[in-house]
Design a protein around this ligand. Sequence first.
Ligand code: FE2
Length: 481
Amino acid sequence: MTSKAPTTALTMQAKTFGLDQVNVSFLEGKHTSPLVISPRWDDSVDFVATWLHLNRSWVEEQMLAYGAVYIRGFLISNPPEFERAVNALQPKLCDAYRGTSPRTLKEGCKYAFSAADAPVNFPIAQHLEMSFLKAPPRNLYFGCMKASSKPGGETSLCDFRKVYRDLSPQLRDKLATKKIKYSRRHHKIGERFTYDVGAMLGWPKLFGTSDPKEVERITQEEDGPEVQWVGKNQDCFLQEWIDEPFQQHPITGEQVWFNHSQVFHWTTFSMELWYSFKRIRDFNLIVHFIMVTLFTFIKYGLLGYKMALTTTFGDGTPITFSEMSEIRRAIHKNMVYSRWQKGDILCIDNFSTSHGRQPTYDRSRQVIVAWSHPCNKKPAAVVPREEAEVDMNVVLKSGNVRVPDLVESPDSTPSTTLTNKKAQELKELFLNDSFKNQMALAGRETNQKIGNSGAVLSCVTLSSVDFVTEATAPEISQTMR
Ligand SMILES: [Fe+2]
């Protein structure tokens, strides 16, 4: 049998994949969003992909609790490596995109796209991804391929549960009563010179076809609003619909600000530049702010042009500047910024926590994105938690090797209230029982071969013992590509 040289890091440390193999912290040293998971011993792509796969349930619990989780400090250097790590955490990635940002699939990937092809000095206001659809993606995953070397460029976060709570009861009631009306229009060819990011996206690119009948078929299949063809040549795509401004979180039932009204208000672009200037004091931003304010005031305020996605109250009356200012204040009050680091993965619960892009003047910034399966919005109903639980009984498609459930260290959970002594007792008790079970399983599987290596699985899994032999660990993670 030819021996395969294992990676240095795996030889040195990473023979187990328990929670004790990573560091867990918070951005500002407090138990507030986002949580940060970073390597303790092993920063390789093999390790992080395997670790995310085996600890998926725990990571998703943290996403639920904190809204967002950074996977930071691992050696993820290109889009395929990002996609591999994210796919290990989330097997149900999706490639259908009905959002408003122009995006491009990254080379060598099936699910990783450029986050937004609009110029990086354009701010993108906080939003839940595709929140105006009936079924937005459940989770989002951003990856940093190159951080901005100049001020700005963060993918900012905001807890939209807090935004709901911070709005005045009067505005909440008005929105709940009147609801929100969306008008979405895309020309056949996207505009190049515009501040309206949605207008850059032509409908053939949005739907992957230039056949209007096929577009109608797709929207019907997705249970979307009826498509109208308007404009001089009857080739401008238009949908209009009324939606709820708030939704209940599908698992926790919490009320969430859940709409795109402030994202596409005609005053938003310049106001986001203003907020950015106040935060980082970049002189470029104030110049940009003045230009955009003049331009948009004339185009949308005086001449009456419409944005690609226009929002009003459900009865067609405009959301006033004063009401929009209150919404913006509630959002900016709750925003969190972290400068990207190359290789970062940012995992976001798209039903509680919004994202946005802070403008920067470093054009080389590269951030990519993947998203998970859609989840129906259910304003009046809460999905029973057990329906949304993650199935950890994953079978790796490598021969018939079965990876048993995660063994968690009870004292590793950041929010635990256990004392160290009690946690250690529980852990030993748990591992003892698990050890017996796993040994019985290992006894049945020790003669099974993995992949083409001929390597033998020496021990199935346990936090306290080796997961697999050094030579087989990379091969197991390869199967998750
Ligand atoms: Fe987005």
